[in-house]
Design a protein around this ligand. Structure first.
Ligand code: SAM
Length: 460
């Protein structure tokens, strides 16, 4: 039962008039629960375990998101091994409206400016289908780490995770992005049913502070939008000051910015906790010159003539490992367009998009958690495959050694706890561990035992 402040009720009465009672009655209803299936792992051509998910979690389609489903709270999909395999992402249903309205297309350059824990970013990445580039940013370092974990869990190859503030990014990426998502920090009125503690943080002064901060963030976002580009501004609050008024204020401040549409999801009218989305477009003639990085020069130094650059050596070791690990005829995994990027001992694959000159020099001076797909850790004369690489592999990736664990068995739970497993598989070496065919992580087989390489920080 949620107890609401009288000043909040008064505000909603002014805003909703005769709808107020229905709105207030929605607080006595149970909150809605949603998950979005990962189109990299389940799609029209490969429905995979979708029928099983429908059975396990009693899924019902969410009308405004083709990959979104309501689930029954007691079914706890967050605890199922398919969650660890990135088969789906748990997200409040009305929050799924924002990326549907932003409508990113494969091959585009997209920014998610306030991204943790990653609901909108993982949704955007699904729509990019591995083509183009997603820069996903979270200002708070601890939340950025969770964002990076979720990007990895969902097996996204073409995302760069950074932790910057919007002015810093705006200075680095002027007129750079085709689409930008600004899911702004807000007073969270749509969270009251889900999180009754959020009620205690609400006050008119907090609303005012949020509205001012939203306008600051939006101004930086517009500076990063290409002429002709689209920006979606969303909040999980009902507050007009933060929603319609902020949208009107940014239009006034930014010549060339046009409002295409606004949408609201209300808990008394729809099955969702509530969301506001405004979609803007920047006119073709507006904006600054074509993008150039503000910092020149590559981060990785080139070797002297005749010497091998460390990243070339790292790629050579990775390719040797890949040749040993994949079946010769295996075509299940291709790196997306990109370039190697060595960060200490960690080898990443930095994504590139056809239409933009993006390389590692753009990231200089930024706090980068994940410069693309983490491929491997480079050791002396060998590599160890990264967890992220396993999660990026499609089912049936053609890995030579694979241990497949049934999702309803005890062994998969033991693997997720970090325990070693006995295996009937013969052979030795790096082994892909899957659950009902979906990659979960790596292990190393030797003498009938599977040594566990599931990351320590993720173990249950
Ligand atoms: N988009 C996320 C998702 O779908 O999972 C939720 C984002 S949440 C509504 C807003 C985020 O903005 C928070 O993670 C918060 O840390 C971040 N934030 C707070 N202050 C900020 C600022 N001044 N600039 C940018 N982001 C900020």
């Amino acid at each position: 039962m949620t107890t609401l402040l009288s000043s909040y009720i008064e505000q909603m009465r002014k805003q909703l008039g005769s709808d107020t009672d229905a709105f207030l009655a929605s607080y006595d209803q149970p909150r809605t629960q949603g998950l979005r299936i990962n189109p990299r792992k389940i799609n029209e051509n490969h429905p995979g375990v979708l029928p099983e998910l429908q059975r396990l979690f009693t899924l019902e389609p969410i009308p405004w998101c083709p990959t979104g489903y309501y689930y029954e709270e007691e079914s706890r999909p967050g605890r199922h091994p398919y969650h660890a395999a990135g088969v789906y992402y748990i997200q409040e249903p009305s929050a799924m409206s924002a990326v549907e309205l932003l409508d990113p297309q494969p091959g585009e350059i997209v920014l998610d400016l306030a991204a943790a824990p990653g609901g909108k970013s993982t949704h955007i990445a699904g729509k990019l289908a591995g083509e183009g580039l997603l820069i996903t940013n979270e200002i708070h370092p601890a939340r950025a780490k969770i964002l990076a974990e979720n990007i990895e869990r969902m097996g996204i190859p073409n995302a760069v995770v950074v932790s910057s503030n919007p002015p810093q990014l705006a200075a680095r990426f002027p007129s750079f992005f085709d689409r930008i998502m600004v899911d702004a920090p807000c007073s969270g009125e749509g969270m009251f049913r889900k999180d009754p503690d959020a009620v205690g943080e609400w006050s008119p002064a907090h609303v005012e502070m949020c509205a001012a901060r939203q306008l600051d963030i939006l101004q930086d976002a517009v500076r990063m939008l290409k002429p002709g580009g689209r920006l979606a501004y969303s909040t999980c609050t009902f507050n007009e000051q933060e929603n319609e008024n902020t949208a009107a204020a940014i239009l006034k401040l930014c010549p060339g910015l046009e409002l295409e549409r606004t949408e609201r999801i209300w808990p008394h009218l729809h099955r969702g906790e509530g969301h506001f989305v405004a979609v803007f477009r920047l006119a073709e003639a507006a904006g600054e010159d074509a993008p150039k990085p503000s910092v020149r020069g590559r981060t990785q130094g080139r070797g002297k003539r005749g010497t091998v650059r460390p990243e070339e050596e790292a790629v050579r070791l990775y390719e040797r490992w890949a040749a040993e690990t994949w079946m010769p005829e295996g075509t299940g995994f291709q790196l997306t367009p990109g370039e190697p990027f060595l960060y200490g001992e960690q080898l990443y694959w930095l994504p590139q998009a056809d239409c933009c000159p993006f390389d590692s020099s753009w990231l200089q001076g930024l706090k980068v958690l994940r410069p693309g797909l983490h491929l491997a850790e480079v050791k002396k004369n060998r590599v160890e495959p990264a967890h992220a690489l396993a999660l990026t592999l499609p089912p049936a990736a053609g890995v030579r050694l694979q241990v497949d664990l049934p999702s309803d068995g005890e062994e998969v739970q033991r693997y997720l706890r970090g325990e070693a497993l006995q295996s009937v598989e013969s052979g030795s070496g790096w082994t892909l561990v899957t659950v009902d065919g979906y990659p979960l992580g790596w292990g190393k087989l030797s003498g009938g035992m599977l040594k566990n390489h599931y990351p320590k920080g993720l173990r249950r």
